[in-house]
Design a binder for this molecule. Structure first.
Ligand code: MG
Ligand code: ZN
Length: 219
């Protein structure tokens, strides 16, 4: 029983900071996305390509969450986008308090959008709101198409899903049933936007960009 109380307290403390972040983004009239996936789905590659391809249209700032290292932040900074690294020192998700500190390090006034790349983990990041306008879940075809039914929480809560690495489907290198993943995800979340992309080749990225630059503004 005690354990349950501790979890409740942690989530309550997180909610307080999440609300502060919501107010911060609203005050500054900026949008914020929280990107969540398993490790290795290609979040950083999607982000780096998106920043480069959209640099004439929207200014994106990034908060990179990692357990260790600043390898991903390094990759983002090569795009010239402003980036702040949070090392969670072992923790498997970002907290709203960490994001609250990080957004004060970003030149928010110059940005249109702040993207948070969460720690690679499909489970608890879905329980910790960071004050974002929307969660985005990324799934790659190198993973199982049963991820939506195995980890329903994050798929139910995300506004959009990117199915990445579709270039691997050619030649039957991987068995991933895109229709199954889509159907299962929409069963959990009927309004979910779904984009099938390859951040490596650029295939399908234009639909994602269109949503990001237009529809997302109304979220
Ligand atoms: Mg990454
Ligand atoms: Zn965690």
């Amino acid at each position: 029983m005690k354990k349950v109380d501790v979890v409740k307290k942690i989530l309550y403390a997180n909610e307080k900071y999440a609300l502060e972040n919501v107010l911060f983004f609203a005050e500054h009239k900026k949008l914020c996305l929280n990107m969540i996936s398993s490790p290795g789905s290609g979040k950083t590659t999607i982000l780096a390509r998106t920043i480069s391809d959209l640099k004439e249209r929207i200014k994106i700032g990034v908060i990179e969450g990692d357990i260790q290292t600043d390898i991903d932040a390094e990759r983002i900074s090569r795009t010239k986008a402003p980036v702040v690294q949070i090392n969670t020192d072992g923790a498997c998700h970002l907290s709203a308090a960490q994001v609250s500190a990080a957004i004060r390090e970003l030149p928010v006034k110059e940005l249109d959008l702040v993207v948070i790349e969460n720690v690679g983990n499909l489970v608890c990041p879905s329980d910790f709101d960071l004050g974002e306008n929307a969660k985005i879940v990324v799934l790659s075809v190198a993973e199982g198409d049963d991820k939506p039914i195995k980890y329903p929480g994050i798929f139910a809560k995300s506004k959009a899903m990117l199915i990445n690495k579709i270039d691997l489907l050619e030649g039957g290198l991987v068995d991933f049933d895109i229709e199954r993943a889509k159907t299962d995800a929409r069963r959990l979340n009927k309004d979910m936007e779904i984009f099938t992309v390859s951040a490596k080749t650029g295939e399908g990225m234009n639909d994602w960009y269109a949503w990001l630059t237009e529809s997302f503004k109304n979220v």
